[in-house]
Write a protein that binds this ligand. Structure first.
Ligand code: S3P
Length: 419
């Protein structure tokens, strides 16, 4: 395990690009694998999760070639792979692929790392079985590895029991191979990338308020440039706010409303953030933060940003409350616990009250933390270190390669110093 030391710094200045959006990257690769012909995707996320999805679609028979930042995929003829499909650490990878493969007449086994093997898969197995899918959890316990024998599926109408774009997308991907249309009803809106990208590929998909209906069919080959990941920009939005004398510009971000809840929360805490939705630019200047109250209905639009928002709350004046965080218990780690334990190690008082997180603002002392293999916990702690009284040693730093392998380079570039 790698230990990374991050020191306090005096300012962050400059213009950067963050990696391509991870959610969009997975989906474009899967759609390209299904489409009969040649697709071209540029700006894919460079992290390990998306690399695993690239390896998986090649194992399934798609031809994948990477050429100067562009990924060329020849899809359409999927076959039974001669290996277990390994998603690594990716919940999006395993859940969406389970939906996609349920209706393709091949046999597959999907597995992942120890974190994946402890994350619930019954949330996709249950609705997919209603469609006629043959999915076996190897130990019959609702966890990976999953064995899928592609079957003829029928469309269903399914009301989501939890806000989850992964579950919604698994069902919509399966719906492409069903005999009849499939409808998903959302009780809370979640990220809409599957809907946007399927529509871009000519799939017959309609959204009517909270009801999404997909007709059976295959995507057409496409060309797509993946925009920057707002969830990675969130680390710099908080870093540029809490480190004095900072001015950061980030280009070319995906800034759709289902992903930008963190910007609204930081702005109401007093952050100086300007966005230009047309160019995808986010400009960040230092500011003093005040505590806020984040209600449960706001959480899905910032579901991956709670670790870094917790750092913002630690730096704010007053006590911040985040409500409705039950879904955080089933992320890469139980993030309610890992946020509490790691912030406590660096001197911040954090309480968990059922599904709420209560964070008391105060000075960040510094010390030793552990990522627990969770990329977002590692990077949130790195941002906290930038204003710590001493410095922070982060054990398990290699976890950042899941989504943002160049994080340390971007930090060096913005701080003008070696890290
Ligand atoms: C994602 C959906 C969210 C998010 C994850 C990516 C997606 O998960 O946390 O990082 O790409 O659909 P849930 O669907 O479990 O909320």
């Amino acid at each position: 395990m790698t230990i990374q030391r991050i020191n306090p710094i005096s300012s962050l200045t400059g213009r950067i690009n963050v990696p391509g959006d991870k959610s969009i990257s997975h989906r474009t690769l899967m759609l390209a694998a299904l489409a009969n012909g040649n697709s071209e995707i540029s700006g894919l996320n460079t992290g390990q999760d998306v690399q695993q999805t690239q390896l998986i679609i090649s194992a399934l028979g798609a031809k994948v070639e990477n050429d100067k930042g562009t990924c060329l995929v020849e899809g359409g003829k999927l076959k039974t792979p001669n290996q277990v499909l390994d998603v690594g650490n990716s919940g999006t990878g395993i859940r969406l692929l389970t939906g996609l493969l349920s209706g393709i007449p091949i046999r597959t086994v999907i597995d992942g790392d120890s974190s994946i093997q402890s994350r619930p898969m019954d949330r996709v197995i249950f609705p997919l079985r209603k469609m006629g899918a043959d999915i076996r959890s190897k130990e019959d316990n609702g966890y990976a590895p999953l064995e899928i024998t592609g079957k003829e599926l029928v469309g269903i109408e399914y009301e989501m029991p939890m806000p989850s774009a992964q579950v919604k997308s698994a069902i919509l991907f399966a719906g492409l191979s069903a005999q009849t249309p499939t409808t998903v009803l959302e009780t809370q809106p979640t990220r809409t990338h599957t809907e946007e990208l399927m529509t871009m590929c000519g799939v017959d998909l309609k959204t009517n308020q909270n009801k999404i209906t997909v007709a059976p069919g295959r995507p057409e080959p496409f060309k797509h440039k993946v925009e920057g990941d707002p969830s990675q920009a969130a680390f710099w939005a908080v870093a540029g706010t809490i480190v004095q004398n900072s001015h950061i510009e980030i280009e070319n971000l995906y800034l759709g409303p289902t992903r930008t809840g963190f910007i609204a929360v930081l702005q109401r805490m007093g952050a100086d953030l300007q966005i230009n939705p047309e160019t995808g630019e986010l400009v960040i200047r230092s500011a003093q933060l005040q505590a806020t109250h984040v209600a449960a209905h706001e959480i899905p639009s910032m579901i991956d940003e709670i670790p870094i928002l917790a750092v913002a709350a630690a730096c704010a004046e007053g006590t911040t409350v985040f409500e409705g965080l039950s879904e955080l218990r089933v992320k890469e780690t139980n993030r309610l616990e890992t946020i509490q334990s790691e912030l406590t190690h660096i001197g911040i008082a954090v309480e968990i009250d059922q599904d709420s997180l209560i964070i008391h603002g105060g000075p960040i002392a510094g010390g030793n933390v552990n990522s627990h293999g969770d990329h977002r916990i590692a990077m949130a702690c790195a941002v906290a270190a930038l204003i710590s009284e001493s410095s922070i040693h982060i054990e398990g730093w290699e976890a950042i390669s899941t989504s943002y392998p160049d994080f340390t380079n971007d930090l060096e570039c913005l701080s003008g110093e070696g890290v």
